[in-house]
Design a protein around this ligand. Structure first.
Ligand code: FAD
Length: 149
C-alpha cells in the first residue's frame, strides 16, 4: 500500500552533508524528510573514522589550514570552497558539540593529531573512532524513510 507524506524540505542522502542539512532545516522549523539510496549507514561518512580537521592549535590558523588543503590538493581544490571549509571549521566543531558529539580533550583543549597533508596538528577525534552515526539521529526523531522499505 502506498503511503503519502508531505514535508517542507526533503533531503536526499544520509551522509554528513545530508544530515547537516536535515538538522539545520529542522531547527529552522521545517518539517523534514530524509531519503537515501539503501540504508542509513551506507555512505562514505559512516566509513570516515580518521577524524575531522579544524585549526585550534596555538601554532595554527584557518589561513594555514587553507594553505595545507590547497597544497595537498595539487591545484584541484576550489579556493572559494576551501575558504568556507577552513574559516568555518571551528564553528562547525562547536555546532557538532552542541549536537552531542564528544570530541576528546586533553590539557584543557582538544586532543589534536597530525594527519596526512597537514603541516600542524589539527585532527579532532572521538576517542579512536569518529564517524557520522545516523542511528543516533534517528533516535533523536528526525524523520527518516528508506525508499526500499
Ligand atoms: C574509508 C573512508 C575514510 C574516510 N576518512 C575520512 C576522515 O577521517 N575524515 C574526513 O574528513 N573525511 C574522510 N573521508 C571522506 C568523507 O567520508 C567524505 O568526504 C564525506 O563523508 C562526504 O560526505 P557526503 O555527505 O557528501 O557524502 P556521503 O557520506 O557519501 O553521503 C552521500 C549520501 O547520498 C546517498 N545517495 C547517493 N546517490 C543517491 C541517489 N541516487 N538517491 C538517493 N540517495 C543517494 C548515499 O546513499 C549517501 O547516503 C573518508 C572516506 C572514506 C571512504
Amino acid at each position: 500500500m502506498s503511503h503519502a507524506a508531505s514535508f517542507d524540505v526533503l533531503v536526499i542522502g544520509s551522509g554528513a552533508a545530508g544530515l547537516a542539512a536535515a538538522v539545520s532545516a529542522e531547527r529552522s522549523g521545517a518539517r523534514v524528510g530524509l531519503t537515501t539510496k539503501t540504508t542509513l549507514q551506507a555512505n562514505n561518512s559512516s566509513k570516515a573514522q580518521g577524524g575531522i580537521q579544524a585549526a585550534f592549535g596555538n601554532d595554527d590558523s584557518p589561513a594555514q589550514h587553507a594553505e595545507d588543503v590547497l597544497r595537498s590538493s595539487h591545484g584541484t581544490a576550489d579556493p572559494a570552497l576551501v575558504e568556507v571549509l577552513t574559516s568555518e571549521a571551528r564553528s562547525a566543531i562547536a555546532w557538532l558539540e552542541e549536537l552531542g558529539c564528544g570530541f576528546t580533550k586533553e590539557n584543557g583543549g582538544y586532543r589534536l593529531a597530525r594527519c596526512g597533508g597537514a603541516s600542524r596538528k589539527r585532527l579532532l577525534q572521538v576517542g579512536d573512532r569518529t564517524e557520522v552515526n545516523s542511528a543516533a539521529l534517528e533516535e533523536h526523531h528526525y524523520f527518516i524513510r528508506h525508499p526500499a522499505h
